[in-house]
Ligand binder design. Structure first.
Ligand code: ATP
Ligand code: MG
Length: 155
């Protein structure tokens, strides 16, 4: 487990950094930061945590129509599990596809996003990273409504 020799990370600071970067660079979506009042402290590698959030927000940007909200949050799940979420109000993922999005090279029907540069590796990579940390990643979605990825990290 990668966690063993790593120092504690303040997850909310990494999420805030990602929020700051995307609000600066992408003016076509409405970013919302759900900041945590309590510290969200996880065990892990800070660059990897940040990269994970970046890949999720990258997807949110690609699969969300202009003008819609993208929400990033850091919080302590049930008071004791450090977690963060990326939620968008985009095209969504169907029940059939949702179990496959973490597979290597998996892409949902290309016709729905022909103008989008995509290799189908992002989610596969971050799932591996998170599992190396002993954490979990889950997704909930509704087609043409929303998609929400939740990452839980070890303390
Ligand atoms: P890459 O990240 O390698 O550039 P990608 O974005 O296609 O390419 P993944 O990030 O692994 O690959 O995502 C896999 C597939 O899951 C995507 O092709 C897309 O169909 C679907 N997907 C991922 N995130 C979202 C999202 N927020 N909304 C809708 N569909 C999504
Ligand atoms: Mg991606």
């Amino acid at each position: 487990n990668i966690c063993k020799n790593k120092v504690n990370q303040f997850v909310q600071f990494k999420i805030k950094e990602i929020y700051d970067e995307y609000t600066m660079v992408d003016k076509t979506h409405n970013y919302i930061l759900n900041d945590s009042k309590e510290d969200v402290i996880a065990c892990g590698d800070s660059a990897m945590i940040k990269q994970t959030a970046r890949i999720l927000v990258d997807n949110a940007v690609k699969y969300t129509p202009k003008g819609n909200d993208i929400i990033v949050s850091a919080f302590m799940e049930q008071g004791n599990i450090p977690a963060f979420e990326v939620q968008d109000y985009g095209i969504g993922i169907s029940g059939e596809d949702i179990s496959k999005v973490f597979e290597r090279f998996y892409k949902v029907d290309q016709s729905r996003s022909t103008d989008v540069k995509s290799t189908g590796l992002g989610l596969y990579l971050i799932k591996s990273i998170i599992e190396l940390h002993g954490g979990t990643i889950t997704v909930e979605s509704e087609v043409d409504n929303f998609t929400r990825f939740t990452v839980k990290l070890p303390k």
